[in-house]
Design a protein around this ligand. Sequence first.
Ligand code: PLP
Length: 379
Amino acid sequence: MKFGTKAIHAGQEPDPSTGAVMTPIYQTSTYAQKAPGDNQGYEYSRGTNPTRSALEGCLAALENAKFALAFSSGMGATDAVMKLLQPGDEVITGNDLYGGSYRIFTKIFANYGIKFHFLDLSDPEIVAQYTNENTKLVWVETPTNPTMQIVDIEAIGKITRANNLTFVVDNTFASPYLQNPIDLGADIVMHSVTKYIGGHSDLVMGALMLNDEELYKRLWFIYNACGATPGPMDSFLALRGIKTLHLRMKAHCENGKQVAEFLKTHPKVDKIYWPGFTDHPNHEVAKKQMRGFGGMISITLKDADLAETFRIASNFKVFTLAESLGGVESLLNHPATMTHGSIPKEVREKVGVVDSLLRLSVGVEDIEDLLEDLKNALA
Ligand SMILES: *Cc1c(COP(=O)(O)O)cnc(C)c1O
């Protein structure tokens, strides 16, 4: 089945009891048993719920995976992956990460004796260089947040397979429409479903997709034991949002390209980060592993201190200044004080997250209105 058909149908059948075309919201915590243990596969909704099962079937299909687990947030999904590890284990990851990922690695899991290496993964060979007998997991984001670096998934997959490491890709920025890391050699795909997959800025949810049954069982145990699982109402909203994922992503890519081209020559813009430009340092890798370049764009402003950056950030009328991304509406974010505020200034500045950096999540409004808004705000 092709992507759009899977987005609309995978995991879902008309409800057998009524024929309802949309998956019902099974708003229940528990399920009747005929005799102890004699049930229809559902016991308690922390572990399993039919609305969530339908969603997980759909999520797995989107990433060409056998299994998916839905979590109550992207961070809940990340937390579950890290709980596969033991004290003394080492993790190799990127130096330009979602702020919350950096925070959970350094402020939570480092306290449990797990060691993290934050490296520039734009050259994949660095993974082999830092691998030792304690290395267990490689965590990659691509495109990275917010400087849109591209990491070669296939090249890193070869190294992780040769060294028996678990390879996880946070695929939130690309969405499954633009990139499928499992097809390129990843073991686990992580998503913040909050973003493109949900697509309407009306829920917080995360997901893991994978093929290995043994690993799935270990993760399901953590998911049920630790309990960061989403409720049926949010599962329903995610299923509803996914039905237009392919349509939205096409529109995000078209608008993203036009916004990127408009900003590239704008006199107020100093640097622009978007993998669709042929002069992006890893454009060829992006072209190889992605089916489009998406609607995420970051810029730095010319001669702008923090006050001037704040002034411009407050000028927008169609773009909304807010955290998050990937919804139908265009959003604008100031990483240094918002999404990446938990990263020390000297650490974030090294990878380009400077005070004058703005990140745009280009939505699916009419392009004329978006360009007009940018023109006025940057004037
Ligand atoms: C938002 C985000 C997360 C965290 O997901 P939540 O749903 O907010 O918990 C992780 N990675 C990336 C790239 C994100 O953008």
